[in-house]
Design a protein around this ligand. Structure first.
Ligand SMILES: NC(=O)c1ccc[n+]([C@@H]2O[C@H](COP(=O)([O-])OP(=O)(O)OC[C@H]3O[C@@H](n4cnc5c(N)ncnc54)[C@H](OP(=O)(O)O)[C@@H]3O)[C@@H](O)[C@H]2O)c1
Length: 234
């Protein structure tokens, strides 16, 4: 039996849905007929997407948010702190704490608090990043954080079965993570990275959103890491 799940009238919750990839996933899920709720510190309700203000490092704010949503068919985590790429001598305790508290401890906390609300056939999709498996100078912090998320995804796929748990690992995607739209800083990153990729360009949020939707809808994708990086891992 094939299991392609329709998102129509399904509760899709995106922690980190207020910006970048999360916002693109929210829009794509809404277009597919889902009832979409985004969580984030700056979340607000607009354009048919419910926003609930919550901090992924704070279990009680997550708890209140999940309790107000009810049964969740698809949980997506895209939150990530905007940290830099310091080499070892410049890596500060504050940056380490921030990156791990949002993306590693925060992801564990979010799935833990959501668990009572996750449907028996729910999907959970986490977000890592290309640096998890692409080491290089300055990549230490993001490598460690994203590799942890990938390990988390595989373990949770076993522990939360028959719910499915997957990880999407983006390469460089043109989002607010790199700066305000049109800013010199953001343009500089995109222009620097694009020629080094086999596809000759960076990714767009909508291209990555499509892969999250596939992870939600395809009932046989489980316990895996889906790379969306234009060939950047080659
Ligand atoms: N864009 C890329 O090139 C790229 C590459 C590899 C991996 N990634 C990963 O993809 C994910 C999404 O990146 P993005 O490009 O969409 O970044 P972004 O535009 O900076 O979005 C980050 C999101 O994280 C949320 N967030 C940060 N701290 C939070 C907290 N304490 N509690 C709740 N939410 C919090 C933000 O919401 P609030 O500010 O409203 O809280 C925002 O919605 C991140 O995990 C990132 O590491 C991105």
């Amino acid at each position: 039996m094939s299991a392609l799940n329709s998102l129509h009238q399904q509760n899709v919750v995106i922690v980190g849905g207020t910006s970048g990839l999360g916002r693109a996933i929210a829009q794509a899920a809404k277009n597919a007929g889902a009832i979409v709720t985004v969580l984030g510190r700056s979340a607000s309700t607009h354009e048919g997407i419910t926003g609930i203000s919550a901090d992924i490092t704070d279990a009680s704010s997550l708890g209140q948010a999940f309790a107000s949503i009810g049964p969740i068919q698809h949980l997506v985590l895209t939150s990530g702190a905007r940290v830099g790429s310091p080499k070892l001598p410049a890596l500060s305790e504050e940056e380490l704490q921030l990156a791990f508290s949002v993306k590693v401890f925060g992801y564990v906390k979010a799935v833990q608090v959501a668990l009572p609300y996750l449907a028996a056939d729910a999907s959970v999709t986490l977000t890592s990043g290309i640096l998890a498996r692409k080491p290089g100078p300055g990549g230490l912090l993001k490598s460690m954080v994203n590799a942890s998320v990938e390990a988390m995804g595989k373990n949770l796929a076993k522990e939360l079965a028959p719910r499915r748990v997957n990880v999407v690992s983006p390469g460089v995607i043109d989002t607010e993570l790199w700066g305000a739209p049109g800013s010199d800083a953001r343009n500089a990153v995109m222009e620097k990275v694009a020629p080094g990729l086999p596809v000759g360009r960076v990714g767009q949020p909508g291209e990555v959103a499509q892969v999250y939707l596939m992870a939600m809808q395809n009932g046989f994708i489980n316990g895996t890491v889906l790379d969306v990086e234009g060939g950047g891992l080659l």
